[in-house]
Design a binder for this molecule. Sequence first.
Ligand code: GLN
Ligand code: ZN
Length: 755
Amino acid sequence: MKSSNLGYPRIGEKREWKKSLEQFWAGKIEKEQFLSQMEEFRLQHLQKQIDNGIDLIPVGDFSFYDHVLDTAVMFGIVPKRFDYNSGKVSLETYFEIARGTKDAVAAEMTKWFNTNYHYIVPELKEVVPTLVENRPLQFFKEAKQKLGIEGKPVILGPITFVKLSKGYSSLKEVVQQFIPLYAEILMELQAEGVEWVQIDEPILATSLSEEEVNLFADVYQILHKAAPNVKLLLQTYFDSINHYEEIISLPVQGIGLDFVHDRGENLASLKKFGFPKDKVLAAGVIDGRNIWRTNLEERLWLLNEITELVSKDRMIVQPSSSLLHVPVTVKSEETLEEVLKDALSFADEKLSEVVILTKGFRDGKELIDEEIAASTKAIQALNESTFRNNQQVQNTIQNLASVRAEREAAFYFRQRAQEERFHLPLLPTTTIGSFPQTQEVRKQRLLWRKGELTDAEYEEYINLEIKKWIEIQEKLNLDVLVHGEFERTDMVEYFGEKLAGFQFTKFGWVQSYGSRCVKPPLIYGDVSFQGPMTVKETLYAQSLTLKPVKGMLTGPITILNWSFVRDDISRYEVANQIALALRKEVELLEENGIHMIQVDEPALREGLPLKRENWESYLNAAVYAFKLATASVQNKTQIHTHMCYANFEDIIEAINALDADVISIETSRSHGELLYAFEKNTYDKGIGLGVYDIHSPRVPNLEELTRNIERALQVLDPKLFWINPDCGLKTRGLEETVAALEVMVEAAELVREKL
Ligand code: GLN
Ligand code: ZN
């Protein structure tokens, strides 16, 4: 029996990796220096795993940007718009694909399954894949030469790789092109004497068709024949596998299953169908996606349950997925509450948990009694702490049935009341919330955080910004104004800092895409309202204008999906706690005369479960939490929501069920598709179409905006139609923002006249 790991974070304890990359991109360090720094990080990360005592250490998971892009360039897959002929893809071209050049747009990037990591989408159109370098072999050799270890090369499997790519029509045909290349990689690894190869096929944790499942049998048959002496470990993660019987009979030597995020389904399959005697089971029993300390006793118990079906000598103990999705080490956190810090486990701590668990499981529980006791104690202490025992919150949660989560009247009646309250023109114009967060805004906040600016001075500065932008909006003649969100760094962090139940780490970064890292808040206790969060700024803005100012909150599901969430209660319960706290804020705004309130849910869609069959329960819970936060207002109060995408055709029922009076969505980049969605489905409430793309500094022209609006009005009721940019403007500069909004207002007026 062995301990293993699936992948290790690239970014380093203090984000050294990010800094090195960005210095290289900025021309501040030479290529040689960059490459040697990267090698140093890569070896350090391996050394840590060696020191921890991990038996099977992954090699080749390290990357300069993204492992899907690594796989693509290994096959010479470079989109035609970049400079490339043949042979090994240069470092320069590699970064060009990821980041674009002044003449060629970067390759698209999208979410890696249901995580917050984004990969570069390979473009298979018009390219013939060839093996231009054997990366796994290269990294295997490096680890052997430099550190004297026999690593476990990690490769992204062919079917997942092609499924994540674009620009092809027949999956089967394209996969067939790749089989000989994968076979070549494996044969070379075999020649080098490699024992285990981890081949990642996380696509197996999604819903697959019959045909796709059959493809696995064909592909792995060939790969096995090509390199029969290499032990292939077919690795799945993030959910259970639906086609358990077919998958366990594939001609591979090991199967990796996730026993953390499978809702007990993998274990159930194991019990129902057994496990082949000639294979190894790599059991992912330590959460690779969340940051909580492992309950060793409970996990040992699970491992023992598995040994009723698989003998110990055929088992591997490992995290449920790569540790890419958690921060590096708890050690750096010096300011956290002790009871919380004790109950945390980041990548390094998870590695030692894997090793401890392996030892206890292999050589006897008594050997790890001490560690078990310590883990139980830490988890218990947090569970019993006041942070997780807010009686008031828990009582309300238990009596949710008595909390009204439906608006007083149906939309039709509310619409009348709101018309009377606001007297807006047809096609009202507004924005999504934030205005440019300039260098100066960020500088002032930093000074304030360092204590160099008093609260009063900082507040005065924020008020000046609000005032400036209210004047600009007045001058632009927008119909519904916003205060501009200058007091917020981040739309989740801002609320997390004001609500009880959240904590922020100092170095708890995880890679989001390329060198960009995010530091998700920790929701560790019962969430509750502690005092007004947005009232002051909103009322100040409203005091400066007669036009309505729209209040601006982040919704419960977005806060949930962009945080590390406690796992002792269900995620939905946490969402409801957040919703109840936001409900208080909504009510406070309303009491103070703010009758338009936007509750943003940009992360609603990305929280969808991997498998279609689990969507409904997620969407029901999301809709409920949103309504819990918003439904207590009067008819005349208009609830808005915002989402940064238009592809909600498949979730339109849920969007409708949110019962928001107005939704604003992104559409400027996907106009045609949107209209198609509306022709087929009926969305019968207010809708604001993003009429221009805020992701670029380009100022749109009058003609294109007018055209966008008129096209939408062919299918949408002008009485329900709003005009706004795609998303918040915080990343834009002042001048381009004003110029673009000017054109937007002018376009609205032009179209209005013709109605
Ligand atoms: N109100 C937020 C803003 O304007 C919305 C951001 C988002 O949708 N991601 O910045
Ligand atoms: Zn948005």
